[in-house]
Design a protein around this ligand. Sequence first.
Ligand code: PGA
Length: 258
Amino acid sequence: MRRPLLVANWKMNKDRDGARAYARALLTALEAAPPSETEVVVAPPFTLLETLGTAFEGSRVGLAAQNVSAEVQGAHTGEISAEMLSELGCQYCLVGHSERRANQGETSTQVAEKAAALLEAGLRPIICVGETGAEREAGRTAEIVGQQLEMSLPRISTPTANHLVVAYEPVWAIGTGVTATPEQAQEVQALLRERLRTILGESAEDVRLQYGGSVGPHTIQALMNQPDIDGALIGSAALDPETFEQMIANTHWENTSP
Ligand code: PGA
């Protein structure tokens, strides 16, 4: 059974007071909400990991970082290792977000190395892939995301497959207010699952596949109803704790996955 996973990606937003207020509001809203099996994770900037780690301690809300170094330690000025993230209480870390691929020139090979470093330290990578609008228009979606997936996967042994999360985030849907339709998303997610089966065999069924790109309270349920969508990576809509909680509440999982 793949447990649904909703992750709030704060990107480079919020200060310490804002983070504390968010944590209070989210925890209050979650306490009042009916019990749910959805896993809830927040990914703040590095500087707020400790603040949120403390605020969420003992709660159902987990912690993710937005980037990591592939190196273990040493002369890497400005970098943060997976062990350091683990020490701060992170369970997850995004790797290969399209903003990093586009703005920092991060390659799939580097993403694979980062994902491997995370698994090595006991963290779960959320590997992001997605095509641009131009690539989609040129009919290259399957080729691009398939290639990104294959090259971004760490060399792992099958038992750790259930520690892997892959987020399909079409670049044209990120921050644009244009969500992919559930059918468009499912088409690509099914393809990703198929590629994972080729690489990982049966354990591909254990990998959780998220969708990301302008997900909001009104679009989340239809997306989550798709057989290969096991969660969402949410940016702007999740910056508001009440809206994020609404999305958690609107996620009724009817998936029939194994
Ligand atoms: P968005 O961002 O929800 O604001 O489109 C999603 C993401 O970039 O992870």
